[in-house]
Design a protein around this ligand. Structure first.
Ligand SMILES: CC(C)(COP(=O)(O)OP(=O)(O)OC[C@H]1O[C@@H](n2cnc3c(N)ncnc32)[C@H](O)[C@@H]1OP(=O)(O)O)[C@@H](O)C(=O)NCCC(=O)NCCS
Length: 89
């Protein structure tokens, strides 16, 4: 779950999305992203959300950029560091 300005929402999470260098540029990530999107919709989540520094792959697949004030629990190496808060582009 994530909190949004409209209230709590269920999301579908994937982390560390990557394709082995020797197999990049053949549409593998695009295909996996489509399958994950379908799986998310079948699972009844409210929206698909992703974080990326480089948006090229995702904008090609129909994702669009949003700005949102973000608040999260900061954890590093199993240590809880408190609540982080900053606007996210
Ligand atoms: C990003 C990544 C998963 C793409 O995998 P892929 O199977 O080669 O992707 P596809 O063949 O489906 O699509 C290729 C397109 O991805 C985009 N792309 C390339 N590198 C990218 C990157 N680091 N981040 C986002 N998009 C990227 C480009 O638009 C590319 O199209 P182009 O070659 O015509 O410019 C792969 O390059 C990778 O594993 N990179 C290192 C890990 C990484 O940056 N993961 C993203 C974490 S948010």
């Amino acid at each position: 779950m994530v909190g949004t300005q409209s209230g709590p929402a269920s999301i579908f999470g994937v982390i560390d999305f990557c394709v082995e260098p020797a197999h990049r540029g053949r549409g593998i990530a695009t295909d996996v992203l489509e399958r994950l999107s379908s799986l998310g919709r079948e699972s009844g989540i409210e929206f698909l959300m992703l974080f990326a520094h480089d948006a090229r792959l995702y904008e090609r697949s129909g994702f669009s950029r949003r700005e949102n004030p973000l608040r999260w629990c900061k954890i590093n190496e199993h240590e809880t560091l408190g609540i982080g808060e900053e606007p996210l582009e």
